[in-house]
Design a protein around this ligand. Structure first.
Ligand code: SF4
Length: 123
């Protein structure tokens, strides 16, 4: 099917890895020094990772790709859609008091607020 999905410009990519954490679905990995969308079915095309890239190597394009598979992905978005409380794993802030995003941390998909996200990315 044709759908929106992340495109990585390998000429621009420095392999810094900053885009790996913000991809909550775990679609992006660093391979041989370059970011790659290893499992296209995990990329929902939302583009959360785009603004993280310091060299502008990430963009969204429309092309042939396997359909997004929410079951294979973290499926955390379904929790929010069901109206369940989501909270930042670091500080515990929920959506009543903060903007809470999906992110990757130590290989797991989790929730993080925008105050704690820079710590995940920059340490
Ligand atoms: S943030 Fe940009 S430069 Fe860094 S690994 Fe990801 S695509 Fe490559």
């Amino acid at each position: 099917m044709k759908r929106k999905i992340v495109r990585i410009d390998e000429e621009l990519c420095t392999g810094c890895g900053l885009c790996v954490t913000p991809c909550a679905e775990g679609a992006i990995e660093i391979v041989d020094g370059k970011a790659k969308v290893l499992r296209e079915e995990l990329c929902d095309g939302a583009g959360v990772c785009l603004s993280i890239c310091p060299v502008g190597a990430l963009s969204i394009e429309e092309r042939e790709a396997p359909p997004f598979d929410p079951e294979a992905a973290a499926n955390l978005a379904a929790k929010r859609a069901r109206g369940e409380r989501v909270a930042c794993f670091r500080c515990g802030a929920d959506e009543e008091g903060a903007v809470v995003l999906l992110a990757r941390h130590r290989g797991e998909s989790t929730w993080v607020c925008t105050r704690c996200l820079p710590v995940l990315i920059h340490g």
